[in-house]
Write a new protein. Sequence first.
Length: 275
Amino acid sequence: MSPKSRLYTLVKAWKNKPFQEVRDACGQPWLGLSSEALEEHQSWSQRQAISNEPIFNAQGTKLTSSLFRPLLSATDTQLLRLFMEGLDTVTYWYRSGRFIPGILPLSAEHLTSSSLIDALSDLILNSRLPVGLVNLGVQKLESADSIDLCMEGLLRMRRLGVLIHLLQFSGTGSQIRWIEAMQPEGIHLEMSQFRNDGLPMAMISLGKQFQTQIYASNVTLVRDLENLTALGAHHGYGGLMMPPVSRHQMLHISDSRIAKAIFSLHPHKNQNGDK
């Protein structure tokens, strides 16, 4: 990603610029942006892309966060723009009265770039979101080089109050060493890999050792939901729980209706009776 790109120039120019709110056509404040960037945002806002995957607690009774899916496959040239859109989505929920943390995925390789970390830091600071709402999901954490080189960038993110998640945890030795060093707030397990190979109890004990929240991803079959419960995972997401929605639809998710659907598929004992 070239430091001379328009987005890098834009972000860098904010560093010494006073924060200024800009309201879109719906009256919602947005990040302080140039007219060109605001026009791009309004176009995206009107499209209301189906970009946000709801994450629930293991019982399906509470919406706990959201995964911003476009960043999972972002190219170098799209990265900053999509990260800005992800932050804007979390800001939209926050200003609408919903405290919904957003998990914004980035690859370990991208996080080795100090210039990118500078740009992300400025974006996060200018968003003025409360601590806990911005979560960074580290994906493609594979090579030993990228694991070591991304540590400094992640520590800088953490100093800004950003929570760290490890996506696509596969239990490799290098990933476990990274967890021991970073102690992330969340570890995401892809449930389809356990349909035939058994449950990774060693991974769960690792999560408990560091008091890390366990997320079950790609919950698409009833078998996945059963494994989620057997693993003692704290959160789950996937097509069986709810497919991705727009940022406006996220505001209107009824936790009780989600819980009813999940319990009808996988009944649980209710010590207090039905409510």
